[in-house]
Design a protein. Structure first.
Length: 265
C-alpha cells in the first residue's frame, strides 16, 4: 500500500499560517513526522493561503526536500502551480489530479509524461460527481484511454473513485468500493487505485473510526494507495493488519513493528 501523507495542505490553519509567514520549521516538522509514521509520499497543497500559489508551491517543495527524501504528490486545481513543483522535484512526483474532462487531460497527461510523473485521475466529469459505480467506470475508462494514447506507463496511473462524506451521501460509499474492483478490470495491465480517505468522514464525529473501517474495506477491493493522515496510529495499524490478512506480508508476532521498520528506513 502506497501511503501519501495528507497533512501539508494550506486548508489546515497551521499550514496556511506557515505558508503565509514562510515558516520552514512547521512545514519541515510535519514532513518529518509523517515520514517517520510511514508515509511513502507527501501530498503538497498550498490551499487558499498564498497570493502567489506558484511561488508558494515552489517554496513548499524546496522546504520539504531539505529534510525528507520521499516523492511528493503535487496537489492543485491549477496546472501551472503543479508544474512549478514538478520542475524542482528531486524524486518521482505525482500529479494530483486530473479529471475525465478532455481539457484537463490534454494538459495534465502530457505534463505527467514530460516530467516522468505519476498522475491521479479523479472519476469526475463535466456533469459533476458520478452517480454510481457505472459512471465512475465510464470516467475511469476515459482517463485511461487518454493515458494509453499518450504513451503514459500504466504503472504511473492511479484512478480515484471519488469518495464522498458518509453523513451526506451514505449510499455512495458502497458505489465507490465496488468501483475500485471494477477499475482493475478495465485494462491489462490494470491502472492502480487511490482514495482520498479523509473525505469519507468529513463532518462526522467519529472520523478516525470511519476512516479506519473504510480503508480496510477498500483494501479488500484491491486498493493500491491512499491519501491519509499517517500520524493516526490506529489507522496505520489497521492498514498494516489488513495487508497481513490479505496475504501481502508474512506473519510474525511483531508484524506491525516489522512493517514500520521496513517502511521507514
Amino acid at each position: 500500500m502506497l501511503i501519501i501523507g495528507e497533512r501539508i495542505n494550506g486548508m489546515y490553519k497551521d499550514v496556511g499560517k506557515a505558508i503565509r509567514e514562510r515558516d520552514k520549521a512547521t512545514i519541515q516538522n510535519l514532513a518529518k513526522k509523517q515520514v517517520s509514521c510511514g508515509a511513502d509520499m507527501l501530498d503538497v497543497n498550498v490551499g487558499p493561503a498564498a497570493k502567489d500559489a506558484g511561488q508558494a508551491m515552489k517554496w513548499l517543495v524546496e522546504t520539504i526536500q531539505e529534510v525528507v527524501d520521499v516523492g511528493l504528490t503535487l496537489d492543485s486545481t491549477k496546472p501551472a502551480v503543479i508544474e512549478e513543483g514538478l520542475k524542482i522535484a528531486k524524486k518521482k512526483a505525482m500529479i494530483n489530479s486530473t479529471t475525465a474532462d478532455k481539457e484537463k487531460l490534454d494538459i495534465l497527461v502530457p505534463m505527467a509524461k514530460k516530467y516522468k510523473a505519476k498522475i491521479i485521475g479523479l472519476t469526475l466529469g463535466k456533469s459533476g460527481v458520478p452517480r454510481d459505480r457505472a459512471q465512475r467506470s465510464e470516467y475511469a475508462a476515459a482517463i485511461l484511454t487518454a493515458c494509453v494514447e499518450s504513451g503514459l506507463n500504466m504503472e504511473d496511473l492511479y484512478i480515484d473513485p471519488v469518495v464522498l462524506p458518509v453523513n451526506v451521501a451514505q449510499p455512495q460509499a458502497i458505489e465507490a468500493l465496488e468501483a475500485l474492483r471494477e477499475f482493475h478490470l478495465l485494462y491489462n495491465p490494470p491502472p492502480k487505485t487511490v482514495v482520498g480517505l479523509s473525505n469519507i468522514s468529513q463532518g462526522t464525529n467519529k472520523r478516525s473510526l470511519i476512516n479506519r473501517i473504510f480503508l480496510i474495506m477498500a483494501q479488500a477491493q484491491g486498493l493500491n494507495a491512499a491519501i491519509v493522515d499517517p500520524m493516526d496510529s490506529e489507522l496505520m495499524d489497521a492498514m498494516i493488519t489488513a495487508e497481513l490478512l490479505l496475504n501481502k506480508n508474512i506473519y510474525c508476532d511483531s508484524y506491525i513493528d516489522a512493517y514500520k521498520k521496513k517502511h521507514t528506513v
